[in-house]
Design a binder for this molecule. Structure first.
Ligand code: SF4
Ligand code: MG
Length: 323
């Protein structure tokens, strides 16, 4: 089994009451140890919601979340304590996620203290913190400072040290570099990849930026309106995208385009409201290939070989594709 054996949210998988209502439907994937799984899609597609549901910041109303074979989908706060030693999260805005009144050493130590209850082992924590700060490119002088004394990139380094402190197998990273300057983005991504190699970490990496995803992901899941519409190994997804939405996203990406011109699809129209989903295929209101079946029947993710899954009726009726 994998580390995240299966994240499966079905039917009315998830719901937050006003002011935000976000539903996730038929999202199912797994993450192997050491693997970087990216979730991509436009804002509002539910990718952050999936991340926060796996981390159990949100509670699912259905489906399963299996971590090392253990279903945590209905775990309460105390049951989550040992799970947090296996899975940590880093956020888009490190400033908002770090307590402004805590010194860096206390911020980084917090998850570790939560896991270390005996006084004897707690004695080792200050040395651990020093080592962690060094791993992320900070030093012991930084340990006594407060978050506001750091740049955005340094703050993300603090967030990474904090997540790393319990030596998790999985780090869930929700847009971890999208608030940073491009030059700093590369530094943080390189750091994350170095740590992956050193500690055998797996990442669930949430991003709307396809060039970032192309750079770091082993596998990519594409989300639209709360559905996963395609899931494939990175090279497969970028060279042979199959779902019309994936193809449209790639066509719109300046640096990454599908290999054949035929694959180019212009994305037009607005994303429908998640409160009022189209019948049948969630993408049909924007799809150039939609036909009557697409309004009647919701396509499910189907294995099309080479580790690629696609939720589109064109996989059964490819002759329908007339551009
Ligand atoms: Fe387009 Fe139909 Fe495929 Fe949906 S199922 S993506 S509407 S062709
Ligand atoms: Mg988001």
């Amino acid at each position: 089994g994998g580390l995240l054996d299966r994240m499966r949210l079905d039917k009315k998988g998830f719901r937050i009451e006003n002011p935000v209502v976000q539903a996730i439907n038929g999202v199912s994937f797994k993450i192997e140890p050491g693997e970087v799984m990216a979730l991509v899609g436009e804002s509002g597609c539910g990718k952050s919601t999936v991340a926060k549901t796996i981390a159990r910041i949100y509670s699912p109303t259905g489906g399963d979340i299996l971590i090392d074979g253990e279903n945590i989908s209905d775990y309460g706060f105390s049951e989550m304590l040992p799970v947090r030693a296996k899975m940590q999260m880093i956020f888009q805005d490190p400033f908002a996620s770090l307590n402004p009144r805590q010194k860096v050493r206390d911020i980084v130590a917090e998850p570790l203290l939560e896991q270390t209850k005996d006084a004897k082992s707690q004695k080792d924590i200050p040395a651990e913190i020093e080592a962690l700060l060094a791993k992320v490119g900070l030093n012991s002088e930084h340990a006594g400072r407060y978050p506001h004394q750091f740049s955005g990139g340094q703050r993300q380094r603090i967030g990474i040290a904090r997540a790393l402190s319990v030596r998790p197998g999985l780090i869930i990273a929700d847009e971890p570099v999208s608030a940073l300057d491009v030059s700093i983005q590369a530094q943080i991504l390189n750091l994350m990849m170095d740590l992956r190699d050193e500690f055998g970490l797996a990442y669930l990496f949430i991003s709307h930026d396809l060039s970032v995803v192309h750079h770091i992901a082993d596998r990519v899941g594409v989300m639209y309106l709360g559905f996963m519409v395609e899931n494939a190994p990175r090279d497969q997804l970028f060279s042979k995208p199959k779902h019309p939405y994936t193809r449209a996203l790639l066509s719109a990406a300046p640096s990454i385009k599908p290999t054949r011109d035929k694959e180019e699809i212009e994305l037009t129209g607005e994303v429908p409201s998640a409160l009022n989903l189209p019948s049948g295929c969630c993408f049909r209101t924007r799809c150039p290939f939609a036909w009557d079946r697409c309004a009647k029947e919701r396509p499910v993710l189907k294995d099309v070989g080479d580790g690629q899954s696609v939720a589109c009726h064109l996989t059964d009726e490819p002759e329908r594709e007339v551009a």
